[in-house]
Design a protein around this ligand. Structure first.
Ligand code: MG
Ligand code: MG
Length: 254
């Protein structure tokens, strides 16, 4: 595979496989969203994810990754990312729940995430989710040849901060391909140092803004995975895997 400054550039065949991996991942995401309602245990979404993986003969990307025990990261309210699905965690009206799901298809990875409201949510929660999704849209739109990785980061940072939200710094977006996490790292803020990486055709990137209402600081719970906001205020997370194409960015995980 060709590389530019350490970043793999995918050819058409490779992008086609990444497109399929992400298409299946998106089917799972949409199937889970359709089941979100008060009274549902979050383990239900793990079952949906596992079922669809079996149907399409794909492997869940996260299960076993550094020992993560589930196919799905399911994070509720103050949980930012890497939450465990649970039989005892029952969704209630007004919660917000994030799904982060990856699959491996023919050796290529798909990765996407979204946050959805359970029933009717507060104005505060709805606005956080809307702005986080807008950050993702703006970041994707900035993923064009002629721009740099910093333009992606800046798009998230400006919109988040203009709306009064904090940006989680501990977790960042990433290149994706034959591995779940490839170079480059894509922070949701403009890094203070380093030469900006120009965007090239064939880069495939998982862009994933994580915004919070209060502090950007996170704690990791005793399960060694679940990241929660230090002040236990709400967080939202949206992610798409995109390919930088000659005509502009293509969202693979729609
Ligand atoms: Mg993800
Ligand atoms: Mg990711």
């Amino acid at each position: 595979m060709k590389k530019f400054r350490g970043v793999f550039l995918k050819n058409e065949n490779e992008i086609a496989l990444l497109r399929e991996a992400n298409r299946i991942g998106s089917l799972i995401r949409e199937a889970m969203k359709a089941e979100v309602k008060p009274g549902v245990a979050t383990m239900r979404f793990e079952e949906i994810a596992q079922d669809i993986c079996r149907t399409y003969a794909v492997r869940p990307a996260f299960q076993g990754y550094h020992g993560f025990p589930f196919a799905l990261c399911c994070s509720v309210n103050e949980e930012v990312v890497h939450g465990f699905p649970s039989r005892s965690r029952i969704l209630t009206e007004g919660d917000i729940v994030s799904f982060d799901m990856g699959v491996v298809y023919e050796g290529f990875y798909g990765d996407s995430a979204c946050t959805v409201g359970v029933g009717v949510v507060s104005e505060e929660a709805a606005r956080l989710m809307r702005v986080t999704e807008e950050c993702l849209s703006r970041a994707v739109a900035a993923a064009t040849v002629g721009n740099s990785m910093n333009d992606i980061s800046r798009a998230v940072q400006m919109h988040a901060e203009a709306n009064g939200y904090s940006i989680v710094r501990r977790f960042v977006g990433h290149g994706i391909g034959r591995s779940l996490h490839e170079k480059p790292e894509i922070p949701n803020f403009v890094p203070a140092f380093g030469t900006p990486l120009p965007l090239k055709v064939g880069m495939v990137l998982a862009i994933e803004p994580m915004l919070t209402i209060g502090t950007h600081e996170v704690d990791i719970l005793e399960d060694n995975w679940t990241a929660v906001t230090r002040d236990r205020k709400l967080a939202a997370h949206f992610e798409h895997s995109i390919a930088v194409m000659p005509h502009g960015p293509e969202i693979l995980s729609l």
